[in-house]
Design a protein around this ligand. Structure first.
Ligand SMILES: [Fe+2]
Ligand SMILES: [Fe+2]
Length: 173
């Protein structure tokens, strides 16, 4: 599987979670519940965003004509981080609900923008075999993350985010 296909599949899985969150939002009873949901989404997006940032850097950094897309990706990721941080700072339930809804919408729009313009561009810039190799490295990394999280949960530890996938094996072409 190409890395871009893997990331799109992750978008689909995350979108299902975002749908659930939007459905649950009006029923939440306290700011603490809103913040817990926000943390869940933040955790879910973290390693996905790291993989994308590294991939886009490998594929687009050398191509000056496409630096705008790379900058846009960084900016979007930062903006989404800030939106979730704002949820954590919300003073009351209503404010938290509004901020979390806005963060969910921004995340959805970002997924669409990546699928429409960033991923096709990355597929143009990297060879198919490099994309597949990166997809395999991504899969291995996820497997390590999941088994580490399972191990930690059986030991009662809180799992730390895994280091970002290092995409140093790709060749442009
Ligand atoms: Fe992204
Ligand atoms: Fe993404």
């Amino acid at each position: 599987m190409k890395i871009t296909e893997a990331l799109v599949a992750e978008h689909a899985a995350f979108s299902a979670v975002l749908d659930q969150i939007e459905r649950l939002l009006p029923e939440l009873g306290s700011p603490a519940e809103v913040k817990r949901l926000a943390s869940l989404v933040e955790g879910m997006l973290r390693s996905h965003g790291h993989s994308e940032t590294n991939l886009a850097y490998v594929a687009l950094d050398q191509a000056l004509a496409h630096r705008g897309q790379l900058d846009r990706l960084y900016r979007d990721h930062q903006e989404i981080d800030v939106r979730f941080q704002r949820v954590r700072a919300a003073q009351d339930l209503r404010e938290g609900q509004l901020l979390l809804r806005a963060a969910v919408l921004a995340t959805r729009e970002h997924f669409q923008s990546e699928e429409r313009s960033v991923f096709p561009l990355i597929e143009e810039m990297l060879r198919d075999d490099a994309l597949t190799e990166l997809g395999e490295a991504w899969r291995q990394q996820r497997r390590v993350s999941v088994s580490q999280a399972q191990q930690d949960s059986t030991q009662g530890n809180v799992s730390e985010p895994q280091p970002a996938l290092t995409l140093d094996t790709a060749g442009a072409g």
